[in-house]
Each structure stands twice: as structure tokens, then as C-alpha cells.
Design a protein around this ligand. Sequence first.
Ligand SMILES: [Zn+2]
Length: 116
Amino acid sequence: MPLPSMRLYGAKQCTAKSKRTGLPCNNPAAYGCRTCRMHGARKAESIKRGEQHPNYVHGRRTLEAQAEQSAAACRLQQLEDAMHLLNMTAAKLSRGRKANGYCKIKSVDEIKKVIK
Ligand SMILES: [Zn+2]
């Protein structure tokens, strides 16, 4: 049951859920945050990103770099689809998980859309 302050003063409830029970946390959210102090309340402006983050080493694993790599892998997989569609190769399709945002090319019209 949430604390009475949440009911009386309209404080926001922590959005975290228990791993064990799946029930929502009953604590009030910290000021300006979505979660309580026990669930890592941090304001968006206090979160360090990129080179300011203490675990930053070389920049190959930043969110921007990963998004770039994922987009490049997606383009490469679509190029492979296009090659198979146009009978330019007899190689087998590559196996494994496809990149985020990948959608299979099924027709020549879709190839034209991707090339633009
Ligand atoms: Zn909480």
C-alpha cells in the first residue's frame, strides 16, 4: 500500500517493479525523477553521457556509435537481400540475428526505395 503522503499530496509513485514479485514499488518518486531513492533516482541532467561518463574508454560502445553500427549492418543485410533478389550471387543467406531496424527486401520496388 502506498504511503499516505502520496494519497494526500499527490506525490508521484516510483515506477520501478520488484524483480521477485512483479509488484510496483510503493515509495514516492524522488523530486523530478521517475523512481525513488532506492531505485536509482537521478535527474536527466545529472546523468553523464559520452566522454563525460566515468566508464568511457574509446567511444566505440557509445549509444551513437552502436546506432551507427546497427544502421550500417542493416544496410549491408538489405544489400545482401537485393543481391539475392537480382540473382547476383549464389551464396547462402547469412545466418543469425539481424540488426535492429532491419526489414527484409522482397521486391525490386523496395530495392529502389532503399537506394534513394
Ligand atoms: Zn522505488
